[in-house]
Structures are given as structure tokens and as C-alpha cells.
Write a protein that binds this ligand. Sequence first.
Ligand code: FUL
Length: 470
Amino acid sequence: MTLDERLIKIIPDERQIRFQQTEFYAFVHFTVNTFTDKEWGDGTESPEIFNPTDFDAEQWVSAIESAGMKGLILTCKHHDGFCLWPSNYTDHTIAASPYKGGKGDIVGEVAAACRRGGIGFGVYLSPWDRNQPLYGTGKPYDDYFVAQLTELLTQYGEVFSVWFDGACGEGPNGKKQYYDWERYYETIRHLQPDACIHVCGPDIRWCGNEAGDTRESEWSVVPRRTADTEKVASASQQTDDVSFRQRTIRAGDQDLGSRAILKDETELIWYPAEVNTSIRPGWFWHESENDQVRPLNKLIDIYEKSVGGNATFLLNIPPTREGLFHENDVARLREFGDYLRTGYGANLLDSAALTASPAAPEHEIACVRTKDETYYLPAAEDGAAEIALRWESPQTIRRVVLMEQLLCSQRVERFAIDAEQDNTWKTVSEGTIIGHKRIAVLDDVHTTALRIRILDARVAPTLRFLGIYA
Ligand code: FUL
């Protein structure tokens, strides 16, 4: 078997495919830190301080929907250990807070609002717990953690994502907790088989930074290699955790999956990347950051390089002490959604005539006009293929969207886009991988014909969708 043949045998499972289609979803960081103006609580905060006066999960969900996001992951418990639901296993919860006289349940309200709004609900449960006395005792803490996980995965309906953070700041003299990851994963698979487990988990990999930086070539087929992420490097005790290390690759590396990197690897896995960053400098709300909501063009750039670079995009929006998204964040989310709706609205492909090489009848290449599971697979064993599009009148094109059929793995390694100008083809964009989705950013190209050339692929390339936008 050639290397390429071996590589294309690695494909996503159904939950990963579904997840990659989620593309863009929200993180919501909310806990006692919102009231103490901190990023990390130390676990000594009194639940008395948690009192959002105007909390409204519907406001969060409608702002998220206005941005075109399809899910929400809530910090049900952050490192400080305070639970946003009335857990039966600790007193350090919302039940001890003044919110709704101790009868409130933020997790429940958010999950219900997500369901009503038709978006996914996901849970962030911090393994590192600075309040829980059992932390560092081994199995007793694992029992506690699994009990909490079980509450979250059984009481609030369907969960699309479980986000496990690797952060831990205990330091060399702190407590050491060896997490029983396998047990956590089994609990999730058993209770919510469709949920993807992120970061310290087998399904979705951390991209390696929290700034919104992306890789030029983001591969989904990567080695299962013994290494640690930067996050885990700061978590002294976790660098010793073999089970976790086997599932991770070095998050800081730029090339995780080219042929050169994979050629000598024996164990390969499908492990797609997620880009996570905040709409503000902090993960939690700070009044001093109300004027530092990221500019629209920065968010567009991150989106087009993450979702448009074979990763998913998890954008954090932190609620205020009232329990609402701040008006500046709400306005930015709507502007962003407006950009997506207009920028990726009508597909100019609909009015174009298509031809392909190797030649194929129009009905065969027409598959790229739809986003369903059908796809174009030219008989191009050398990995090269092209599709040309021609319009009756000139078009101005600013974005091209390409999608591969992931059930056939990630195959494309290099492509180019040419526009016909003065009767000759001029290259207007070049790129490496495609994967789930590639967004090629064009500089307002004015033309009557466009050509997509796949220059190199692992065996024959597939194309599931092509979008051309003015
Ligand atoms: C980090 C945490 O320490 C931050 O507080 C935040 O939750 C971020 C998403 O992950 O590791």
C-alpha cells in the first residue's frame, strides 16, 4: 500500500462529521469570576457573590443566532469549582447563592433556551477544581467528577460537546490529581454517544493557542503521538498522564500532517482542530474591557481562516454581572452575522456553466452545486483535476468556498484558482489543504470565467461543494 493509500483510509466517525458541520459556535464563560473581576478564581469565593440580576438565556441565544452560530458551550464549572447548577455533590453551587433565592439553575435555563432556539448545547466542566477538597486524592475525586458529569449529561437533554480543559495552575507544590480520562470518556460515550469530547479528549483537538491564530495547512489526519500540548505543559501533573498524552499531538507545531510528517508514523487518527478565542481580551467579563470588543474585520479574518481553513471556530462571549451579553458584544455579533448572510448569500455558481477535466458530464459535476452528501470524484489517479466555470456576463468575485467529502478522508494538498482576464488565465489565489471547508479570499476579481485547479491530492480528489460569492 502506498503512503497516500494508507492516509486516505483514515476517516472521521459520524459524530466528528456532524461536529465539523457545526463550524461556528459560542463559548460562554460565566461564574464567580464575573463578580470578582478575575480570570481564575481560587475556590474560596463565597457563593453569596453570584447574583446576576437580569439573567436572560434567551438574550444570549438570540445574540448567538444573530451571528450565525449553531451552538453554545457553557462553563458549568470553571477552575474555582463553583457550579452553575444545583449539584447534589457539593454545596459550592448556585443553590447557595442569592440567585432566585437559591432555586435557580443557570445550566437548565441555558440548555432550555438553546433547545428552543434550535442550537446545540455543550458543557465545559473543568477537571481542575480549586474548591473541592477531594481534588488530588485520585479515585475519590474521579468519582466526584464523574458524578457531576453524569448530572450534566442526564438532566439537561442532548449535549453536543463536552469540553475538557487541560489548564491547571497548582504548580510544583500543589495537589496532584491523575485524572481517569478513560473513565470520563466512557461515561460520556454511554450517556451522550453523539457528543464530541474536546481538547483533553479524543474527538476535537485544540489548535494550540487562544489568540485566534490559525495554521496555513490544518490537517485532520495526524499521528497519535506521545507529546504534550502547551496547555498541558503548564499543568505539571498532567504531563505524566500517559492516557492523555497518547491522544495528543504537539499543539504548537505548524505542520501536523503533511506526507513528510506522516510517512514514518505507524498510528494515525482523524483528529480535527478547533480554534478557540474570546471576543474580548479576557474569557470572563470585565467592565474595563467593554471597549475592547474585537473589531469586525478581525473576527471575519479569524472566521475565514478557521472555518475556512478546515477547523471549527469557538468564539467566547462573556456575560456581565447582570447576566446579559453587553450591548457592544451583541452589536458586534449581529454585524458579524450580517456579514455572513450577505457575503455568503447567493452562490454565483448557480448561473455558471461547468466543465471538468478529466471530462465528466454536467450531471456528474453538478454535485458541487449542492451541500448534500454527493460529491465529484474525477478519475484522476495522479491527484490533479480542474473545474471551469463560465458566466454569460462578468462577475465580481471576492470569496470562493471549497469543500471535500470527508468520508473519503482529507485528500487535497494543493490547489489554485485562476480567472480569465484578457483571454488568458491568471492565478488569483493559491492554497494547500481544503478538508471540510476552505475559504479562498480573492481581491474583488472581475471576470466571466473562473478555473479551480486541484494540483496535488492523496489519490483522486473529491469536491463536495463549490461556492462563488460576490
Ligand atoms: C484555559 C482556562 O484556564 C481559561 O480560563 C479558559 O477557560 C480557556 C478556554 O481555557 O485553559
